[in-house]
Design a protein around this ligand. Structure first.
Ligand SMILES: [Zn+2]
Length: 140
């Protein structure tokens, strides 16, 4: 299956890029964004995704193929990452609404990853994730 992972590829294409994650670790949408923050603000939560293992953020994301991974294991990895970061507890994860939210998040990530070719570098711009192109390329 395809998954979204952290990458340092294309870092610097935007002057407010950052990549504090570990290369190739799984990434998720952070459950919390700043209220009223803009995409290019000093915080960066609306243009980044969070590493499941490192608990750090990156503005550059890559589509990777994981031969051994299946959706159930992927779901577990996402849940454990969010639990380790303190967003959910084991008890909360059994709550029907929280569990539905976790499945929704995982499904969204799988859909996104399935929609792009392996190796494609993506970026998040607020509520959308898109293929990353060099700045200025769209003007040419
Ligand atoms: Zn923020």
């Amino acid at each position: 299956m395809n998954v979204l992972v952290a990458t340092s590829l294309t870092q610097g294409w935007r002057d407010n890029d950052f990549c504090w994650t570990v290369e190739d670790e799984l990434v998720v949408f952070s459950p919390l964004d700043c209220e009223g923050g803009s995409i290019d603000d000093g915080c960066g939560c609306r243009r980044s995704m969070a590493g499941v293992a490192s608990h750090r953020a990156t503005t550059t994301i890559k589509v990777a193929h994981r031969e051994q991974l299946d959706p159930n294991t992927y779901f577990t990895l996402i849940c454990e990452g969010l639990r380790d970061q303190g967003y959910v507890t084991r008890e909360l994860m059994t709550n029907r609404d929280v569990n539905a939210w976790l499945h929704g998040l995982t499904d969204d990530l799988m859909h996104l990853a399935a929609g792009f070719g392996v190796g494609t570098v993506l970026e998040r711009r607020g509520d959308i994730v898109m293929v990353r192109r060099p700045l200025g390329a769209e003007a040419r």
